[in-house]
Design a binder for this molecule. Structure first.
Ligand code: NAP
Length: 485
């Protein structure tokens, strides 16, 4: 540790990695190196380039609070604009000098005597005093292991690894899955394909998106009077907090959301059979609520079929469902989500006791405030376990995470220590409090979602308000961390 200022290694160059460098540098921590396996910064926004990809959080909340952009073209920015924003923030804040792209971190191990993290990367070894993981929760695509997957004779790909070389014009396309990615892809490709068959396992609730373009005049107003943008951000945040309260401990607040969701279906679909197919049986918010004005109208188009019989096999020529029907397809698109419970996987992290993080977690990732794990000193997870919300902006969470890290690093400096580790009993008490609160949330009312695993474990969700997370994360309670030389 040079002059008490630690060297910091960050794994991942998405919003969390870029935000961490900017915030750490502004706090005086300049010795930061970011490793990014992609060829540029961006994370999910770099990788998810499928047609129709856009954010479903209003742009004035889906941006760094310290880098407001008055020039968003729409209320909900499209993927390429978010990617350009992040690259611009990175360029203007000296992040690009600190990032090693096309470099994957394979493993990281804590060296107790030297109090260092030793990283093995595809470009060699690297050492740092502090390790921050910024790997995201939705970065590893998941394709269900359906029988016959490799037998399909046409192109088949996941939404997050979109094949831009495959022209869908006039093709028969099968889309498996009806989550946030599918509801954007299908309306975007429907006008150009011959037909699209959508395979739905279980429907999710949606509410109207009401997207619109910001006029030049509106953009100039936001530029001239930043307070207007801050006001809009505060209003959006307040609305999201109402949703968060409804999903966690004030269920009655979901009543208007349920009404909006029902109206979103009834305004677009007149056919009772199709209506029944898309109407979920579960509670609004159990799966992530999706925002769309296009999904249901698209399902009513003559070249679109919604299939609700379970997919049982991929055949050389298409998709077979449980009733024995085989529907032909030229292209299959897997809109089947991500491996959301691995967090840092496949990277292997070994802590002070020789245990890996995967072993310490034993199937259920957990961390104090989503960031700190006993036995893993000088390591902080950004957007780690139980820091996702049914509403809100992940960027808000990431900022709270980095503020926590900065407070912890200041403690380290103040104590002239080399090592900071969360107290096991405090982490355990926090985990008990968290699990008890999670049990009463809407996410545990019986539905499939990317939050809850088959055994009912929920390593993703934060069961309180977002403002509560920020308040708790931005200060360190006495006794939570042990500092040592
Ligand atoms: P997802 O929400 O996890 O949806 C995956 C879909 O695949 C679900 O419909 C699921 O059905 C289906 N599926 C999974 N395994 C299946 C199987 N074996 N057979 C048939 N269907 C199967 O994934 P996603 O749509 O990629 O979205 C993931 C998250 O990414 C979102 O919740 C959101 O947080 C983020 N995202 C955001 C945006 C945005 O900002 N607009 C866009 C895309 C993604 P079940 O529902 O029955 O499980």
């Amino acid at each position: 540790m040079s002059e008490n200022r630690p060297s910091i290694a960050v794994v991942g160059g998405g919003f969390a990695g870029v935000g961490a460098v900017v915030m750490l540098r502004r706090a005086g921590y300049d010795d930061v190196t970011v490793f990014e396996r992609g060829e540029r910064v961006g994370g999910v926004w770099h990788h998810n380039t499928y047609p129709g990809a856009a954010c479903d959080v209003p742009s004035h909340l889906y941006e760094f609070s310290f880098e407001p952009n008055p020039r968003w073209s729409r209320r909900y920015a499209p993927q390429e604009e978010i990617q350009a924003y992040l690259e611009d923030v990175a360029r203007r804040n000296g992040v690009l000098d600190r990032i090693r792209t096309s470099t994957e971190v394979l493993s990281a191990a804590w060296h107790e005597e030297r109090a260092k993290w030793v990283l093995q990367t595809t470009a060699g070894e690297h050492e740092a005093d502090v390790l921050l993981t910024a790997c995201g929760q939705l970065s590893v695509p998941s394709v269900p292991p359906l029988p016959g997957l490799d037998d399909f004779e046409g192109p088949a790909f996941h939404t997050a690894t979109w094949r831009h070389d495959v022209d869908l014009t006039g093709k028969r396309v099968a889309v498996i899955g009806t989550g946030c990615s599918a509801i954007q892809v299908v309306p975007a490709i429907q006008p150009k394909v011959q037909s699209v068959t959508v395979y739905q396992r279980s429907p999710g609730w949606t509410i109207p998106k009401m997207d619109y373009a910001y006029s030049e005049r509106a953009q100039r107003l936001f530029e001239r009077f930043p307070v207007l943008q801050r006001l809009d951000r505060a209003l959006v945040f307040g609305f999201m907090e109402v949703g968060a309260a409804g999903m966690t401990n004030r269920r009655w607040l979901l009543v208007p959301f349920r009404a909006m969701a029902r109206w979103n279906i009834s305004r677009a679909i007149k056919d009772p059979e199709l209506r029944a197919k898309v109407t979920p049986a579960d509670e609004v918010g159990c799966k992530r609520v999706m925002l769309t004005d296009e999904w249901y109208p698209t399902l009513t188009k003559p070249n679109v079929e919604l299939v609700t019989d379970p997919v049982v096999q991929i055949t050389p020529a298409g998709v077979r469902t449980a009733d024995g029907t085989e529907r032909a397809a030229d292209v299959i698109i897997h809109a089947t989500g991500f491996r959301t419970h691995g967090f840092v996987a496949p990277m292997e992290i070994t802590g002070a006791t020789g245990q890996t993080l995967a072993q310490a977690w034993a199937g259920v990732p957990r961390a104090y405030l989503g960031m700190s794990v006993p036995g893993f000193p000088n390591m902080f997870l950004l957007y780690g376990p139980n820091t996702n919300g049914g509403t809100g902006s992940v960027i808000y969470t990431i900022e709270a995470n980095v503020n926590h890290v900065v407070v912890a690093l200041r403690e380290l400096e103040r104590a002239r220590a080399r090592r900071i580790e969360v107290d096991a009993a405090r982490a355990e008490a926090y985990d008990r409090e968290l699990r008890a609160a999670l049990a009463g949330t809407v996410w545990h009312t019986g539905c499939t979602s990317w939050y809850v695993d088959a055994d009912g474990n929920d390593p993703n969700q934060w069961p309180w308000l977002w403002s509560t997370y920020r308040k708790r994360a931005e200060r360190i309670e006495p006794g939570v961390y042990e500092l040592s030389a």
